[in-house]
Design a protein around this ligand. Structure first.
Ligand SMILES: Nc1ncnc2c1ncn2[C@@H]1O[C@H](COP(=O)(O)OP(=O)(O)OP(=O)(O)O)[C@@H](O)[C@H]1O
Ligand SMILES: [Mg+2]
Length: 411
């Protein structure tokens, strides 16, 4: 093992899939993907654990394979959290710091943050993040970084992200049961944003939408900071289930129809019949209009809920950099065209790029969360004491350092 390298791990525990990305950080803070894996999830309902054994078993199995393939033994990770209990709250706090000559120090910032949070977030919620949006000194606002500045009264306006405590506790328990310590829980859409957004997008105003299997979450950034997070308890699996019910078919067939035949440009002229199976043997035909009606209705509902959330947060007409779609649901062909119409904004599919090497295999919208978690852990210096095992030949691990990319500047 290269002793100059430290390691971080991102672990995305979804309802349908679990994914891990192991990243090495060298002494110059270059990040490189050295291992990754994905597998089926279990025991999760609408983004949160419904039992402990299911997700624990799924994480253990998926990481076990990643460890054997990559030769790394993961003990700690940044872990994604999801579910409609996640929300952001705008809060304010004010403290007196002394005389006007007083220079603002780190303790003052901690204290004003405590005041802004305590009592504002219900006791049954865990605070996942406190994002300072703006400070004011002696009534003068618009200050981003007051450290070292002088003043007697310090005020803070912040965005506090929280989730129901039992959901957080159960997720930590499930990962612990798989022998992984959750160093930090990060909403999946917030983690994904770390992997797919540029500084410019974050500065000008952009939203990331993570369409998973059972949840669709949105995070808004402006002036470089997270401004809003919300989760809709429906996702791409709802489309599959609707098709299975309306067409009275097996969910596996419904999933195949969704993945192979549905595109987001519903108005475009296509053949009126969807044929699936082997001709003259088990071929089945479906009326495309009927199929599309079902899919479109569900997409309209999900994106309609997202639109309502953006509107409530006053960001519906205020996203100059548009919308970036991630998650497995973003793999539906031309879904960006549907989202563009529905949300009346420019829409792109987001992939975690710039990692090089084995990273090309994970430059997919569904890996954005796991990659973003690893990047966050690297930035926050939460290294995991990874032991190298003897790697299986080849696959899913980086063999050389050519792909090292200086990522700290990008993120
Ligand atoms: N090619 C495709 N076309 C359409 N949908 C797809 C495609 N590939 C995957 N999906 C859908 O993506 C979803 C899985 O996405 P993802 O892995 O991001 O979910 P998850 O993280 O497990 O769920 P959640 O975030 O809701 O807990 C499934 O509903 C699946 O049908
Ligand atoms: Mg997910």
């Amino acid at each position: 093992m290269d002793n100059d390298k430290r390691f971080v791990t991102g672990l995305d525990v979804g309802t349908e899939n679990v994914r891990a990305v192991i990243v090495s950080v060298d002494k110059d803070n270059h990040l490189a993907v050295v291992g990754y894996n994905e597998g089926k999830s279990a025991g999760m309902r609408k983004g949160v654990p419904a039992n402990l054994a299911g997700p624990a078993g799924a994480i253990d199995k998926m990481l076990g394979e990643a460890e054997r393939m990559g030769g790394y033994d993961v003990r700690n990770a940044y872990v994604s959290i999801n579910g409609s209990s996640i929300l952001s709250t705008r809060t304010e706090g004010m403290i007196a710091v002394g005389t006007v000559e007083h220079e603002i120090n780190v303790e003052d910032l901690d204290r004003v943050e405590d005041v802004a949070v305590s009592g504002r977030i219900p006791a049954n919620r865990d605070v996942l993040d406190v994002v300072p949006l703006e400070y004011a000194l002696d009534g003068q606002g618009g200050i981003k970084d007051p450290l070292g500045m002088s003043g007697a009264r310090l005020e803070l306006r912040a965005c506090v992200v929280s989730a129901l405590t039992p959901n957080c506790d159960n997720l930590k328990k499930a990962t612990a049961a798989a022998d992984v310590h959750a160093d930090r829980l990060v909403p999946s859409v917030v983690a994904a944003a770390k992997a797919v957004l540029t500084d410019r997008q974050r500065e000008n105003g952009v939203a990331v939408i993570d369409m998973g299997a059972t949840t669709t979450s949105v995070a808004v950034y402006e002036e470089g900071d997270l401004q809003y997070v919300g989760v809709v308890p429906a996702g791409s699996n709802n489309i599959t289930n609707d098709l299975a019910i309306v067409l009275a078919i097996d969910p596996t067939l419904a999933e195949e129809i969704k993945q192979r035949f549905i595109t987001g440009d519903f108005d475009h002229e296509k053949s009126p019949v969807i044929k699936i199976g082997r001709e003259g043997k088990d071929e089945r035909a479906f009326d495309r209009k009927e199929v599309e009606l079902v899919v479109k209705a569900r997409l309209e509902e999900i994106f309609g809920e997202i639109r309502k959330k953006l509107k409530a947060a006053k960001y519906d007409q205020r996203l100059p950099e548009g919308i970036v779609l991630v998650g497995g649901g973003a793999k539906m062909r031309d879904i960006d065209l549907f989202a563009k119409k529905s949300l009346e904004a420019a829409v792109k599919i987001g992939v975690p790029t710039g990692l090089g090497g084995v990273a090309d295999a994970i430059e997919k919208p569904e890996f954005a969360t796991a990659v973003g978690l690893a990047i966050l852990a690297a930035i926050e210096g939460q290294y995991t004491p990874v032991k190298t095992k003897k790697a299986k030949k080849g696959q899913k691990t980086a063999k050389n350092g050519n792909f090292l990319t200086k990522l700290f500047s990008k993120f």
